[in-house]
Design a protein around this ligand. Structure first.
Ligand SMILES: CCCCCCCCCCCC(=O)SCCNC(=O)CCNC(=O)[C@H](O)C(C)(C)COP(=O)(O)OP(=O)(O)OC[C@H]1O[C@@H](n2cnc3c(N)ncnc32)[C@H](O)[C@@H]1OP(=O)(O)O
Length: 236
């Protein structure tokens, strides 16, 4: 009952079509060929698509209005991060470079599922206030308890939002610690707002926090505090 109720919130068409079956991967889900056109690689995925629900579109439009005076910026987002580099230097002296053969398959994890089925999101950043907001619609492939989002999927989006907040303020950094309290479950296919902020900087340490709320702001779904550590400049 709950499950079907939650799924009705999905935009029409999200659960239709070959995606439900064990059909072969679509062109979109296959690793890009080496000659993958750069315009395909550079598709900005933080723009509305047909899988977005009405709530998601309304929120997106509200935040786009906030970008008009320049205080907020929409952050573009891409699936393929470094597709044309054949060998990528890691940030660690003892880290092995990513091998040439793996790079065409490398995708940003939250962008790796098909449209509407996994993570649909857009982020906005306020440079003055050091805040990043993510509007997030979790699709049917992110189910944990029946009808609700998996905690790992929620953690992924919290980490990503906190990461963007920390990275935008401090440069290259990685999550050292992430402390989450899950307070209320998030119905599958519903939309939530992740509000993150930079709380404190101590040397290389960036302390950030966030909460996850329902669109109407009445339900606090989750809260987190996190530490990001800027990578040692000698190692970058
Ligand atoms: C283009 C697309 C973009 C897309 C952007 C998308 C953003 C996505 C973001 C996702 C980010 C991730 O998931 S990252 C993946 C998950 N994270 C990881 O795999 C990181 C693994 N951990 C590490 O590699 C390392 O521990 C580091 C880099 C975090 C820190 O190592 P380090 O550089 O050697 O620094 P270290 O000396 O240990 O610590 C520095 C200071 O931080 C403190 N510190 C370190 N760890 C902790 C800790 N857990 N809790 C408390 N304090 C800590 C130390 O006490 C020290 O304090 P003091 O003595 O100075 O006071």
């Amino acid at each position: 009952m709950l499950r079907s109720g939650a799924l009705r919130l999905c935009a029409p068409g999200v659960l239709r079509g070959p995606r439900r079956s064990a059909a072969p991967p679509t062109r979109e889900s296959r690793p890009p060929p080496r000659s993958f056109a750069s315009e395909v690689i550079r598709v900005d995925l933080s723009l509305p698509n047909p899988s977005w629900s009405k709530d998601m579109r309304l929120l997106f439009d509200q935040f786009m209005k906030k970008t008009e005076d320049g205080s907020w910026k929409r952050l573009p987002s891409y699936k393929y991060v470094s597709p044309q580099r054949t060998e990528v230097k890691t940030f660690f002296p003892d880290g092995k470079p990513v091998k040439e053969d793996h790079m065409p398959q490398a995708q940003l994890f939250p962008r790796s599922l098909e449209e509407g089925l996994g993570f649909e999101y857009a982020m906005f950043h306020n440079h003055v206030e050091n805040r990043t907001v993510c509007i997030f619609q979790g699709g049917p492939y992110l189910q944990g308890a029946s009808g609700f989002l998996h905690g790992g999927a929620i953690a992924t989006m919290m980490d990503s939002t906190l990461g963007v907040c920390a990275l935008t303020a401090g440069g290259v950094a990685m999550t050292a610690n992430l402390n989450i309290n899950f307070r209320r479950p998030i119905p599958l296919c519903s939309v939530v707002v992740i509000n993150s902020q930079l709380d404190k900087v101590e040397g290389r340490k960036l302390f950030v926090s966030c909460n996850v709320q329902s669109v109407d702001g009445k339900t606090l779904h989750s809260k987190a505090t996190s530490l990001f550590v800027k990578l040692n400049p000698k190692e970058v």
